[in-house]
Design a protein. Structure first.
Length: 376
């Protein structure tokens, strides 16, 4: 973990009225039903702006994109906020050794191209969905993908591997599809080929991407497209909970912590995800760049603990707050003036006077007994 050297603060990325530039790299799973435009329309309904471009030739793989002039030129076109990476629909579900040979190296090339263009760009992997009846074409060679559930599990594993290996984010579209299918299997997210998305599938993907990119619920958007309002609201709800209830699972950049208090002392546990540096502000003038700091307050009061995390060389920042009340105990000197010494006894219980180098017991009128040794 790198340490923050310059204490420079940036505006949080979770404010309203966000504007973000996104490049979509993928294939027909991305461009079907003009899904990126759906995200833009959802964003606009909340007062946010999504400006996007795409490189999505049909059937494209990461291998193909890694040498595709259009794709590489668009990556270098400007310092994008996010670049979405969607692999060919079947490849990430193949056996791990095959994915390691046929997918991961080319994802690495694309990630390197993104980083060389701008360290401020956040790659975000588009976790796709399993085919409705599994991959029947490749089922004989790899039985785990013979069913929808098995194919979806392999896609989840591969996309999360790429996400964490590259310190990237993931938009869990496939998991939102899984939640929708489990909730209402009658709502068909697939087109007639049982692979590509129907308008419902693309709308669910768009809602999931909105929450992934803006870290806000898509629930409440007034944009329904050609979908009825009841179905749209249901899909918004599924997408919002899938992303926002498990932000760390998808490695989405986010500030989060818990705090426990013991009188005037607090212990903070950092739960943030996909960050590079952090700084704590305890509200009393003290700060820390420790991962999980302990802090002791010197006086009573109400204090706001602030955690700010940074990512992509400080291009992104996110901040979270927690308020605590400290009631500091009186110091020892103040306590000692309120009690009166009644007697001094030795270890046998006999009353005596103060003696040097001897353990004695001092009994006070408040019921307390102290064992003391006065050293010469």
């Amino acid at each position: 973990m790198k340490k923050l050297i310059l204490l420079i603060f940036f505006a949080p990325i979770t404010i309203f009225g966000q504007s973000t530039d996104v490049l979509f790299i993928g294939n027909s799973y991305t461009y079907s039903n003009n899904m990126p435009q759906m995200i833009s329309d959802i964003a606009l309904s909340f007062g946010d702006t999504l400006d996007f471009e795409s490189s999505t030739p049909g059937g494209a793989t990461f291998n193909g994109h890694s040498t595709n002039t259009t794709t590489l030129n668009k990556i270098s076109q400007k310092p994008w906020d996010y670049i979405v990476l969607q692999a060919q629909s079947q490849e990430p579900s193949f056996p791990p050794s095959q994915v390691a040979n046929d997918v991961y190296p080319y994802a690495q090339i694309l990630i390197d191209s993104i980083a060389s263009n701008s360290s401020c760009t956040e790659p975000i992997f588009f976790m796709t969905w399993g085919r409705k009846y599994g991959d029947q074409q490749n089922c004989p060679f790899y039985p785990p993908i013979c069913t929808y559930a098995g194919m979806q599990q392999r896609l989840r594993e591969s996309y999360l591997d790429m996400t964490f290996n590259h310190n990237a984010s993931c938009s869990p579209v496939g998991m939102a599809w899984k939640a929708s299918i489990e909730l209402d299997s009658a709502l068909n997210l697939y087109s007639p080929d049982n692979s590509h998305p129907s308008i419902y599938g693309s709308y669910l993907a768009a809602c999931t991407f909105y929450s992934s990119l803006f870290k806000k619920p898509s629930l409440g958007s007034s944009f329904y497209g050609s979908i009825d309002s009841i179905t749209a609201i249901s899909l918004q709800t599924i997408a919002s909970s899938t992303v926002l209830d498990s932000i760390a699972t998808w490695n989405i950049f986010n500030a989060d912590f818990t705090v426990s208090q013991n009188n005037d002392s607090i212990s903070c546990i950092n739960l943030s995800s996909n960050y590079e540096n952090l700084i704590w502000d305890f509200g009393d003038g003290a700060t820390s760049i420790d991962e999980n700091p302990i802090h002791i307050y010197s006086g009573s009061g109400i204090y706001t603990i602030t955690l700010t995390v940074f990512n992509n060389d400080g291009c992104f920042s996110d901040t979270i707050f927690s308020t605590i009340t400290i009631s500091a105990p009186a110091n020892i000197n103040e306590l000692s003036t309120t009690k009166k010494l009644l007697s001094i006894t030795d270890i046998l219980g006999r009353e005596t006077t103060m003696q040097l180098n001897t353990p004695l017991f001092y009994k006070y009128d408040d019921g307390t007994v102290e064992r003391k040794i006065t050293i010469d």
